[in-house]
Design a protein around this ligand. Sequence first.
Ligand code: F6P
Ligand code: MG
Length: 453
Amino acid sequence: MMADDQILHGVPPSLSAAVVGSFAYLTVRDRLPTILTKVIDTIHRNKNKFFEEYGEEGIQAEKQAISLLSKLRNEMQTDKPMLALTDGLQDSESWNQYLQRQQRLQGDQEPVSWFKSPWLYVECYMYRRIHEAVWLNPPINNYDVFNEGKTQSFFESQQAVMALCTYLQEVSKNMEELSKNQLCEHFNKLLQVSLWGNKCDLSISAGQENSQKTSPIESLDSLQPFILVDDSNMVWSTLTSAERSGEVEETATGRVDIVLDNAGFELVTDLVLADFLVSSGLVREVHFHGKSLPWFVSDVTARDFQWTIKQAMAANHRWMSKCGAQWQRYMKEGVWVYHDHPFWTLPHEFCDMAAGAPDLYAALSEADLLLFKGDLNYRKLTGDRDWQHTVGFQTALRGFGPAPLCSLRTLKANVQVGLQPGQGEKLASLNPDWMTCGQYAVVQFFSLKSEQT
Ligand code: F6P
Ligand code: MG
């Protein structure tokens, strides 16, 4: 870790696979090639399906895509220089400029390569290159190589999804009679369910099945000690701030934006939370932000979002299908809005958003509360840097703060800020892998408004 005085003069370095034995190193050496191999297998396994749909052309496309992906795996494993993108898609210019900037920063002697560059960049780049390999090969260019895994993880968590939808329906039945305290209690529960939903991503498990099997509400008490930073009271007061400033209780805060992470069970937990926010009258609108290309194995795309709502509607379970129908109505009525923006699938830290994607920054500023789901969003919030654990969240955000924001994240990468002195050391002595094992979590809040008052 860096010393405080060094941090004052700049920011700590990016995490990188250059540090042999680090989590970033092990990821680039082992986990990313495993993910790539699974992608290749998936495409190959679907050969017959491509043939049935597109004939010989489909087979040719499958072969070409596999050849590009095998080349990519070889480049990664032999630490070759990163290459410019060639697919001419809307974001390819930004990627290529980023590479040039990275090259300037590193100096011309050493090429920007897989094991020598910032981990965040390298990992994002791999997913973008997977997209390129598929996109360059019509007619299979719209194929989502992660779709099977996402679908499977949704079906494997059916029991937990039903339990959650049932809970929501029970709460909704008596919503009008609930006191503020009871409302707050339910809110905290659903916030935590959404938090722990983040355990179920398929990137940390390199695509291995990792779904929620038990009732999510019942496990909350036993999980509480694993929440390292819990700012949920600040989230609650942000939601109910209209009341505090003396306005009438019916004035809903307005708008909450959820920057989504994974499909499957996690997405359902986010939808249930969003439903509660609206049906309780706490919020008028919820805006969701997903990915515009298949990303980090299990991240939500527009297709996953619509599919999940449809699946819920069609479920053979009274409360689940009721939830699905309600979610569909919210979408139709514009109470819920789904967005995607190319910035979410660029390798940038979020402190670059205001300059790099001013339209997105302005859109997020319209929200009264931003919920950032998951580990990758946390890495981007904090720049994926080697921060000391006691550095404040605000410092690590480096000026990013379009609206009051909260990260709901289970720890799967070795960056964590905002801890108490000694807390990191204590955790390390209990479990050396505390930052990457996915067992700990944070509900970490920041608002410029509370800094100014
Ligand atoms: O650490 C494992 C990892 O794949 C990271 O590379 C990435 O940040 C994270 O998991 C993805 O997790 P999440 O889905 O929570 O963003
Ligand atoms: Mg994810």
